[in-house]
Design a binder for this molecule. Structure first.
Ligand code: HEC
Ligand code: HEC
Length: 294
């Protein structure tokens, strides 16, 4: 250590008195702007400690913190935002519930909310059976195509969702049972095979003309009351079109024989008692929007 006041000969600046191997440290003061910002920070931090939650402390057996005089807390902020979102949604939900479906479709801003809500509700309630993309699987219809069992108009879809299909607990459920033709003794095994052959012929899948002719007679007798003389189905009765390539239970010979012999009777729960009217409308609009809506 040498004398602090010693001046550096080259620059003429005072030294701090620190010296290493003949190199002296010059005593440059901190820049004024830096100092003022530093003081300002100190003042600001004191204000911050007073106004905002700041210091943790241990008192009476628990960790606490100085809460600050303006009562700010991130939890309150988040809770406030959540409440606002719920209130906003309740408002729109109410509006959707009170507006006829056809009107909602024409209202872009309501539609946006309805489709988003419908998509979310679909994921929660419907995806386990119909698939997350509503693509369906064996026994569970694809809701993206324009083949409908019970109708693809808004009102049809709403009714299906509200009351379900063959859902015993709902008096207004969609009801129609295809007989179990073999099990119920309505047809012999050969007749089942023949009529299956005829059904295959409707979608061009068989060459067995004799069996098809025999099957056509059985079909005429037993099947047209639901599936129609042309086999194109009947949405009033939930009877599918048998002439297209879309199959709920499979369009190969074995699957068709199985369907005719033992029946299927798919069940879809009613949602009327479980979801509120607004959510059911949102679901209706969402399903309708998937591509096949009429
Ligand atoms: C437990 C399984 C299951 C769940 C959950 C389910 N569905 Fe279904 N759904 C079915 C079955 C099975 C059918 C076909 C029934 C039949 O054979 O007619 C069906 C049919 C439908 C149809 C009629 C399709 C047509 O072609 O007419 C619509 C629309 C539909 N479901 C919408 C929904 C919506 C929306 C939800 C959720 C709120 C839902 N489903 C939940 C099993 C289910
Ligand atoms: C009382 C009405 C009714 C009668 C009669 C009827 N069906 Fe059906 N059929 C239905 C319904 C409803 C379905 C929908 C499947 C279900 O039960 O879930 C269906 C489904 C089918 C399917 C399955 C289609 C698919 O996409 O997988 C085949 C095949 C079929 N019927 C053939 C026949 C044949 C053949 C006869 C006559 C021997 C017949 N049905 C008589 C109502 C009927």
């Amino acid at each position: 250590m040498s004398d602090k006041r010693l001046k550096d000969e080259v620059t003429g600046v005072e030294t701090t008195g620190h010296e290493w191997d003949g190199i002296r440290e010059l005593d440059y003061p901190l820049p004024k702007w830096w100092l003022y910002i530093f003081y300002a920070c100190i003042v600001w931090s004191v204000g911050y400690w007073i106004l905002m939650p700041a210091w943790p402390y241990f008192w009476n057996g628990a960790w606490r913190y100085t809460e600050g005089t303006i009562g700010y807390s991130q939890r309150n902020v988040v809770a406030g935002e959540l409440n606002a979102a719920v209130a906003g949604r309740a408002d729109v939900l109410k509006q959707i519930a009170e507006t006829p479906l056809e009107e909602v479709v024409k209202n872009d801003s309501l539609m946006e909310v309805a489709l988003a809500g419908g998509k979310a509700a679909f994921g929660d309630n419907c995806a386990p059976c119909h698939g997350s993309g509503a693509q369906g699987s064996k026994g569970f219809p694809n809701l993206n195509d324009d083949e409908w069992l019970w109708g693809g108009k808004l009102a049809d879809i709403q009714l299906t969702i509200t009351h379900g299909i063959r859902w015993e607990a709902d008096d207004n459920t969609r009801q129609n049972q295809m007989p179990r033709f073999l099990d119920d003794g309505m047809l012999q095994r050969v007749q089942v095979n023949d009529v299956a052959e005829y059904v295959l012929s409707l979608s061009g899948q068989t060459e067995n003309a004799e069996a098809v002719t025999r099957g056509a007679a059985v079909f005429e007798q037993q099947c047209i009351s639901c599936h129609g003389a042309d086999g194109k189905g009947n949405q009033e009765l939930g009877a599918p079109n048998l002439t297209d390539a879309i199959w709920l239970y499979g369009g190969d010979r074995a699957s068709i024989v199985q369907t005719v012999a033992h029946g299927r009777s798919g069940v879809m729960p009613a949602w009327g008692g479980r979801l509120d009217a607004g959510t059911i409308k949102e679901l209706t609009l969402y399903v309708h929007s998937l591509g096949g809506g009429k």
